[in-house]
Design a protein around this ligand. Structure first.
Ligand code: NI
Length: 237
């Protein structure tokens, strides 16, 4: 796994947890996205559509604050073990998030690098472990990666739209070779903070639920801090 991630920037595993745990997680997950559920407005975002319009790509950040049982799962333990094997024993949790693509018109998650969202003043060594709660294919939004893209710098991004919270690469000419990663429910992909990735629209009759668990080595300030002009000012304040 570690060698594959160093070479390609991503890898996948067929089973992070059992079908029984996945079934329990679906209930937890849907409660997080319930408009009357426990998640505060500060942790609900729309990544693709416009505020007040139909949700196309709703995201919940910090779901473990509202559903601490997410931290007590076999999936989380397995994800932590993977992160340790890739990054080393000193990994720390770097937060979870959940992205739900509604049936029929769930939007694409545009091509991006995760590090483009993160604090540009510090050095990041991180992996994100992306686990779907139903089988995923290209048709409902499985992960797609550009192999080797993790070896370069953080590329220029822009906001998907002025009011959205999603980012997209400013120049899509880096998207040449693409590898799609279909998975069974409870499988996972693992990618680094710089691996360029994407998920397509959900054209199926069922929502596409994905839970993302991030881990990093302890961060330290960069000697020469960067500035990511595409970020919203509130992201790293
Ligand atoms: Ni991402």
């Amino acid at each position: 796994m570690r060698q594959q991630i160093e070479r390609d920037g991503f890898a996948s595993v067929d089973a992070l947890t059992s079908a029984a745990e996945v079934a329990r997680l679906v209930d937890v997950y849907d409660r997080l996205f319930d408009p009357d559920g426990p998640v505060g407005v500060q942790d609900r975002f729309e990544l693709a559509g416009e505020p007040g319009q139909k949700a196309l790509l709703p995201q919940v950040t910090n779901p473990e604050r509202y559903a601490p049982e997410l931290l007590e799962t076999a999936a989380y333990r397995a994800a932590t073990d993977i992160a340790r094997s890739v990054l080393g024993e000193d990994v720390v949790p770097a937060g979870m998030h959940a992205i739900r693509k509604p049936a029929h018109d769930g939007a694409q998650t545009p091509w991006h690098q995760d590090e483009a969202y993160w604090d540009p003043r510090v050095e990041h060594h991180a992996v994100s472990i992306w686990m779907p709660l139903q089988p995923v294919t290209v048709g409902n939004g499985c992960m797609q990666f550009v192999p080797g893209s993790h070896r370069g710098p953080v590329l220029e991004h822009r906001l998907v739209s002025p009011d959205a919270h999603g980012l997209v690469l400013a120049d899509l000419s880096v998207i040449r070779e693409v590898v799609a990663c279909p998975l069974p429910a409870g499988g996972a992909t693992v990618h680094t903070g710089r691996t360029v990735h994407y998920t397509g629209p959900n054209a199926t009759d069922a929502p596409r639920r994905a839970l993302i668990m991030a881990f990093s080595r302890p961060t330290r300030p960069l000697a020469e801090p960067r500035s990511f002009g595409w970020q919203r000012p509130e992201w790293n304040s």
